[in-house]
Design a protein around this ligand. Structure first.
Ligand code: UTP
Length: 288
């Protein structure tokens, strides 16, 4: 079955970038000229996703408004003949019926957030994209994973190599065998000590999952941090289904941390057609 639906969990508190996220959802923080979440939605659409399920919470209304029609603004831009910017604003709108919003009433963890999307996803395989992780890649990270999925099916997680002394900050996979960028997995561990880490391949915020994950999430006990962890249910699903890791080609940025957010703004500004050259000059000046 093709991957048609993607779940984007956006109900977290974003405590690592407070107070910026006190009233603005962290997914709406701008990276150059658009909110972080726009890049992630574009990545999903570029991979053939037809329906996006946003798992939202209180104070996240700006996300719903962003993907909606902005009648007054668009009419004003039209009246002033600001065609280029109007086109950009119109592009942000998702087609009618192509987005759903479901509430996670309390932030009980990523696994719980994904479980909240169960009725909308139904009984088909689906993608999960963490919207605070941007992946700069061509083709998009999810598109690369979908191509891998077309070969092997089952469940797929995106991975990326990190320096060995940083593995204890991430979920890390245990590899069994490797065929190019595709790695058959035998397990995964959340935040292992460096000495116990089965690899230096960290799980990077993009997943293709089979719908059976929902039954496991339903009775999943809280794990690390007292939260219902997606990793714990994936580890259980691995007992009955195949799991591959895909080492994507590209660069990820964790916009949920201050330095990752700065890194993202810098990278996207330097690569931007309109301001890239000026941004480079500013960086050179600041470094001298
Ligand atoms: P994070 O742990 O990075 O987000 O979860 P957070 O909880 O907002 O961040 P901190 O730790 O407080 O700084 C990854 C993604 O999962 C969502 C978050 O919104 C983020 O996009 N999430 C997390 C939920 O939707 N619900 C939750 O209960 C937890």
């Amino acid at each position: 079955m093709p991957i048609r639906k993607a779940v984007l969990p956006v109900a977290g508190f974003g405590t690592r970038v407070l107070p910026a996220t006190k009233v603005v959802p962290k997914e709406m923080l701008p990276v150059v000229d658009r909110p972080a979440i726009q890049y992630v939605v574009d990545e999903a659409l570029a991979a053939g996703i037809e329906h996006i399920v946003f798992v939202t919470g209180r104070n996240k209304g700006a996300i719903e408004d962003y993907f909606d029609h902005s009648y007054e603004l668009e009419e004003a831009l039209k009246a002033k003949n600001k065609t280029a910017i109007l086109e950009d604003v119109e592009k942000a709108r998702l087609p009618a019926g192509a987005a759903s919003f479901v509430r996670q009433q309390s932030a009980q963890g990523l696994g719980h957030a994904i479980w909240c999307a169960r009725d909308i996803v139904g009984s088909e395989p689906f993608a999960v994209l963490l919207p605070d992780v941007l992946v700069k890649a061509a083709p998009s990270c999810l598109a690369q994973m979908v191509s891998a999925y077309d070969q092997v099916g089952g469940n797929i997680v995106a991975v990326d190599a990190v320096p060995e002394d940083r593995v204890s900050s991430y979920g890390v996979i245990a590899p069994k065998s490797r065929d190019g960028r595709l790695i058959e997995m035998s397990g995964m561990v959340e935040k292992p000590a460096q000495a116990d880490a089965p690899s230096n391949l960290k799980i990077t915020g993009r997943y293709i999952l089979q719908p059976e994950i929902f039954d496991l999430l339903e009775d999943q006990d809280p794990g690390a941090g007292g939260e219902i962890q997606l990793t714990d249910s994936m580890a259980r699903l691995m007992e009955s289904q195949s799991f591959h890791a895909y080492e994507y080609e590209g660069q990820d940025y964790d916009c949920g941390s201050k330095i990752g957010y700065f890194d993202a703004v810098l990278a996207y500004a330097l690569a931007n057609d309109e301001i890239g050259e000026e941004a480079k000059a500013l960086v050179r000046a600041a470094a001298s």
